[in-house]
Write a protein that binds this ligand. Structure first.
Ligand code: BGC
Length: 960
């Protein structure tokens, strides 16, 4: 029998080979390979010829060609031929795909659900409706469309509706700080936040981030990031999110959203969905005409990849960014099943969907499929001023191909989100552009940087300091996100090197073994480029290189560091110079002169691994990492230092900064590698936070947000990045289903090196008295979907007069800037629009929906599980009790061995006991039933709960 966990395509009808390859459900808008071709045109009509069109363009003028010219032409033709072949993605080698690119496998879901049905948003929708009803057609289109790349101060700016008082919105990256800005905080990255397992810190970091956004004049933050989820440990952008588990991502994402939005800034949860790798994430970036398709079955989509978005929507997130890639062979930003069906109907999302930057690949199709805002406004190419919406959307409304009520819904969603966050309060949100420019550091510059039109210079950078005291939060997150992986009686060290008694016994031991006695100052050494400042933290654009200490990955998720405390700087300050001699060797090549190492009693080696967004590469790392090895020969460095430190008698501490899991097999069992710390990506306070943990000022409490395996193979075949295209549209089948990261290791009984959730402390904790307290009776399905708590606004349906879409008289447009206007009514071509199959049949509403965050019953707590935790060791410290659930055994449905369904972080003094309780919601106890298209609880058999300090630590268990 087929593995039932993999059953269920998006349409809930399993087919025999797992993925629908035929065209029986073919649907134009879902394939949206059409790009602009269909836009506003009658497909039968000939290309329009305009009266007064100038005769032969310069390309058609024939000129005599010289022989040099001919040779050049031949060379160019050959090069072009090679390029075409390569761009075809090895089309000849993959004839099958070439001849029949699979598309349209995602079922249609129409019409797009209107916003305004949730109680929590009703007041904002009411206000929005009043404003929107006063807007002209051009104003409405303006609000939905970005003004173009670099056509404002921020990375994204839409158009205003000035005469009704709706301002331009300023959108800025990203998940770890304000991108392209001065005087801001470079917070630790998402993966470090995930490693803290501390909800309060997740919230606090989000809040601080938003305070800075407000101080800089930003309305919408382009974060947090919960996708990629981490299916592939080498995936280039995993570090922007919180870890390879949907529950952890969900909690961290929702807390961050709450933190950000508590300050009135709109959060954007991204990337929806399955942008799990950078290779082929978008057309042309990798030479191919199309983005890859992540092919995911319905159950996996719900239980893994969509799961954290549920939490974010429940938390009231204002905006969702759809991703570059295709899902089941339909671009995510034009996939009606994903946007209309899952996000807006099932999850009840009330805010607006914005495209990732150039992720929109069709005009009408994306509007119908549920996209509400196109960013940065440019269409298929960067910065050419040709939008797929803007004037095209105006025409589509005027010729009737996009229903007016869809446009009204798009705008209402955006305006309602603005009211929902209180951004109509001019005192808090003055109607001014940001006080910094993303495009220049100079004080004065042109306001519309990307336009070649002449403009007067204005003050574009005011250098406003937004940092407040956020370095404190940054340091706390970095320290609590540091994971102690190994510690054989070495850490914490002391300012004098080692506490006196330990130092004496150490020296005695060495003397007994070698006949040599260390006298005088304690000698310690620091090794590795990752310990030092390198050429400065901002040496490479967008942080796209690995030099100096690693504080973040690269790409849009990175910021300009205001400073970066290198580990060596902090160590230098912390050690007592009268007692400790510190040797610094800030290079990845160990010293030639062995005597440098032979004298040392303690060696601290720094190693790392970096990755980032696919638009940029460093060395052999093209966004995604090529493997899980330490970079810059880190393994060799550790091995050399270990063998020579104190001639083999010195103690070695390895510190890793990394974007994700790294292999440690080459040195982890070396006898003098006594301690290993994983600092993840610590941000600007790196050195200080590390020193806090090393010296014991902070008892380590970080836990792994992913599994560290012994090899990449151990993560399973699905965990491998697709580096070479397997077709014109690369196909990536998520055939491992639910089994990623620890779920895969558990299912196949593979021993990881360090399991998911693991993290050591300088103290110990004991667990007792697990109690299961049922609060509601088990029942298979949630209560019936409630009827909407509010009514979506309705507007007149009469098509506005075409004059509302025309350029105003005497308007002098800036070149390349995107406006909503058309030049003349002659541009409005009407005819039959080829609507997708299924467009006229309203899709059934999901029983899992009904409110913001889905059916409210999904969030009811059905059982509570509590446990008593005692600090049984000598030091105060924070513990992370983790609750893993095993579903009742069943013949029909396959379940992972265990899944994370609860965690908390509590600070306990030695000898003290605290009780922790976890409330498990209906969703926590359910799986996605593809037949019923609903979350289903297992009513027979027993749920098993395990609480411990990692995914493989069974401290106490209970059943329900
Ligand atoms: C990234 C997004 C980012 C956007 C704007 C895209 O390349 O994928 O995460 O928000 O750029 O910078």
């Amino acid at each position: 029998m087929a593995d039932p966990s993999k059953q269920g395509l998006l349409n809930g009808r399993p087919d025999k080979d797992g993925y629908r390859r035929s065209f029986d459900n073919y649907d134009d808008s879902e394939s949206d390979i059409d790009a602009t071709d269909y836009l506003d045109r009658d497909p039968e009509s000939k290309p329009p010829v305009f009266a007064g069109q100038s005769p032969p363009t310069r390309w058609s003028i024939r000129r005599p060609i010289s022989s040099l010219g001919r040779r050049c032409a031949i060379v160019l033709a050959v090069l072009a031929g090679i390029w075409v072949l390569l761009a075809g993605g090895g089309a000849f080698a993959y004839k099958k795909y070439y001849e029949e690119p699979p598309y349209g496998q995602s079922p249609p879901w129409y019409p797009s659900p209107k916003g305004g049905i949730a109680r929590g948003w009703a007041a904002s929708y009411e206000k929005a409706a009043k404003l929107v009803s006063k807007m002209t057609l051009a104003e409405k289109v303006n609000v939905t469309t970005g003004t173009g790349w670099q056509m404002g101060f921020a990375v994204g700016t839409n158009g205003p509706a000035l005469h009704v008082g709706f301002p331009q919105l300023q959108l800025q990256d990203g998940p770890l700080g304000i991108r392209f800005a001065d005087n801001i905080t470079a917070f630790p990255a998402g993966i470090t936040v995930g490693a803290t397992w501390n909800r309060q810190l997740m919230y606090a970091r989000g809040k601080a981030h938003a305070i800075e956004a407000r101080a800089k004049g930003i309305n919408v933050l382009l974060g947090p990031c919960v996708g990629p989820l981490g299916r592939m440990p080498a995936g280039g952008r995993n570090w922007e999110g919180f870890g390879a588990d949907p529950y952890l991502q969900g909690i961290a994402g929702a807390e961050t959203v709450r933190g950000i939005q508590s300050e009135g800034i709109m959060a954007t949860i991204k990337h929806f969905v399955a942008n799990e790798q950078e290779h082929f994430r978008q057309p042309w970036e990798w030479g191919l005409p199309h983005a890859l398709s992540a092919n995911i079955d319905d159950r996996t989509l719900h239980e893994l990849y969509v799961w954290p978005f549920y939490d974010a929507v429940k938390a009231g997130v204002a905006s969702v960014m759809c991703s570059y890639n295709q899902v089941n062979n339909s671009y995510a930003c034009g996939n009606s099943k994903l946007l209309n069906g899952i996000l807006k109907d099932e999850l009840g999302f009330q805010g607006f969907v914005m495209s990732d930057w150039l992720a929109q690949r069709s005009g009408v199709g994306t509007a119908l499929a549920g996209l509400d805002m196109t960013m940065p406004g440019d269409g298929l190419k960067w910065a050419n001023g040709e939008s797929l919406w803007g004037p095209q959307l105006t025409k589509s409304i005027l010729n009737g191909s996009v229903p007016l009520d869809r446009l009204n819904d798009m705008v209402t969603r955006i305006v309602a989100a603005w009211y929902q966050l209180g951004q109509d309060d001019e005192k808090k949100f003055p109607r001014e552009p940001p006080n910094f420019s993303s495009w220049t550091d100079d004080r004065y510059g042109v306001p519309i940087y990307g336009s070649p039109s002449p403009q007067d210079k204005v003050e574009v950078n005011k250098y406003v300091n937004a940092q407040a005291n956020h370095s404190i939060i940054a340091r706390e997150v970095a320290a609590e996100g540091t994971v102690l992986l190994k510690n054989e009686n070495l850490l914490p060290i002391s300012r004098q090197g080692l506490p006196e008694a330990r130092l004496k016994s150490r020296r005695d031991n060495v003397y007994r073994a070698t006949g040599k006695r260390h006298e005088g100052k304690f000698k310690a050494g620091v090794f590795g480029d990752d310990a030092g400042p390198g050429k400065g933290p901002n040496y490479c654009k967008d942080r796209s290189c690995n030099q100096g200490t690693l504080g973040s990955g690269w790409g849009s998720g990175a910021v300009e560091f205001p400073y970066l405390v290198a580990p060596v700087t902090a160590l230098r300050e912390r050690f007592d110079k009268s007692k400790v001699e510190l040797v610094e060797y800030l290079s990845d090549t160990p010293p030639r002169d062995q005597s440098v190492l032979n004298d040392l009693e303690l060696c601290i080696v720094f190693v790392n691994a970096d990755s980032g967004e696919g638009f940029s590469k460093w060395a052999h790392v093209s966004g995604d990492r090529p493997d899980l090895r330490l970079q810059k020969d880190g393994d060799k460095l550790v091995a050399r230092v270990a063998s020579e430190c104190g001639s083999g008698t010195g103690d070695v501490v390895v510190v890793i900064h990394s974007v994700g899991p790294v292999l440690v097999e080459e040195w982890i069992d070396l006898p003098n590698v006594k301690a290993v710390l994983l600092g993840n990506l610590p941000g600007q306070e790196s050195g200080n936070a590390l020193a806090d943990v090393l010296f014991g000022d902070k008892n380590p409490s970080g836990h792994l947000p992913f599994t560290i395996g012994k090899s990449l193979d151990d993560y399973g075949p699905g965990a491998k990045v697709l580096y070479t295209p397997n077709g014109v549209i690369p196909q990536q089948d998520f055939s491992e289903g639910l089994y990623i990261d620890y779920r895969y290791f558990d299912k196949h009984s593979i021993a990881p090196r360090f399991e998911f959730g693991l993290g050591l402390s300088y103290t110990t904790f004991s667990f007792a008295n697990l109690a299961v307290n049922p609060l509601k009776t088990k029942s298979a399905f949630p209560a019936p979907r409630p009827s909407p708590a509010a009514e979506a606004p309705s507007y007149p349906t009469i098509t506005p007069p075409a004059s509302e879409g025309l350029f105003p008289k005497d308007f002098r447009p800036l070149e390349k800037y995107i406006y909503p206007y058309i030049n003349s009514t002659a541009e409005i071509v009407s005819g039959r629009y080829p609507y997708p199959d299924g467009y006229d049949t309203p899709a059934p509403l999901s029983p899992a929906g009904g409110d913001e965050g889905g059916n409210p019953d999904l969030w009811n707590v059905y059982v509570s599980v509590s446990v008593e935790v005692t600090n049984s060791g000598p030091l105060a410290g924070a513990v992370v009790p983790q609750l893993y659930l095993s579903y009742p055994e069943q013949d029909v449905v396959d379940f992972p061995v265990r899944v994370l369904r609860g965690f908390d972080k509590i600070y306990i003094k030695p000898g003290e006991t605290q009780k922790v309780a976890f409330g498990l919601t209906r969703r926590d106890l359910s799986y996605w039933d593809v037949q019923a298209q609903n979350w289903r609880m297992v009513t027979e058999g027993q749920y098993k709960f395990v609480i411990g300090e990692s995914s493989r630590d069974e401290k106490v268990t209970g059943v329900w």
